[in-house]
Design a protein around this ligand. Structure first.
Ligand code: C5P
Length: 222
């Protein structure tokens, strides 16, 4: 059996990580959440009071930072310089500032290099914003996941409520739209569907249906 690479891109809260995890599990592939890497750097920069606009300081910080992604029972675990930051990188503060860190060219180049190195042997499902366009341009399967802003905000809202977190649906909608805008309009490697990616609108689909669609695409190429 050939070990292929699967790239899953799309806007914020489109369900990328959830379906990527299931697809990776079904194929016994490695799942790589590239957003977690940008989040980890953002978390560290905020903690060190480094300006998120300062590209030089951010790249120095990144060059001095190890980010390790490991599979855990409850999803991916993220270790920042050996500290488990899996939950710390999901705070609203990190979520609402990560797009500033992710716009810098030097930061992206270093992240992309690290991400490529995880995928050299294939057998990966990677999710992010620029996987099909920049990180894995030769991926055998490329998927672009879409859903309406309303649907994405409602999903995130329900998730928050389930976890017992405070949640404001209107605010969430605003924050998701702003993050999409920043990610799609940045100069370097903006959020964009690769020319050869298959678009899946998940608005009216269940997680299982989306996973199934991607599995069909994957099995055609294995
Ligand atoms: O996927 P997630 O929502 O955790 O990503 C957080 C942020 O990281 C995105 O909003 C985007 O700014 C950045 N990102 C990126 N390129 C990727 C993955 C994430 O710019 N491949």
């Amino acid at each position: 059996n050939k070990k292929i690479s699967i790239a899953i891109d799309g806007p914020a809260a489109a369900g990328k990580s959830t379906v990527a995890k299931f697809v990776a599990e079904k194929l016994s592939y490695i799942y790589i959440d590239t957003g977690a890497m940008y989040r980890a750097l953002t978390y560290k920069a905020l903690k060190k009071h480094i300006s998120l606009e300062n590209e030089d300081e951010l790249i120095n910080l990144l060059n001095d930072t190890t980010i390790i992604l490991l599979p855990g029972d409850q999803g991916q675990l993220i270790f920042l310089d050996e500290e488990n930051v899996s939950e710390d990188i999901r705070t609203r503060e990190v979520t609402n500032t990560v797009s500033i860190v992710a716009k810098h060219k030097l930061v992206r180049e270093e992240m992309v290099e690290r991400q490529k190195s995880f995928a050299v042997n294939g057998g990966v499902v990677m999710d992010g914003r620029d996987i099909g366009t920049h990180v894995l341009p030769d991926a055998e399967v490329k998927v672009f996941l879409l859903a309406s802003v309303d649907e994405r905000a409602i999903r995130r809202h329900n998730e928050n409520i389930q976890k017992g977190f405070p949640s404001d649906l209107a605010k969430l909608k605003e924050e998701i739209s702003l993050r999409d805008k920043l990610d799609s309009e940045r100069e370097f490697a903006p959020l964009k569907k690769a020319a050869d990616a298959v678009e899946i609108d998940t608005t009216a689909l269940t997680i299982e249906q989306v996973v199934e669609r991607i599995m069909v695409l994957a099995l055609e190429r294995i």
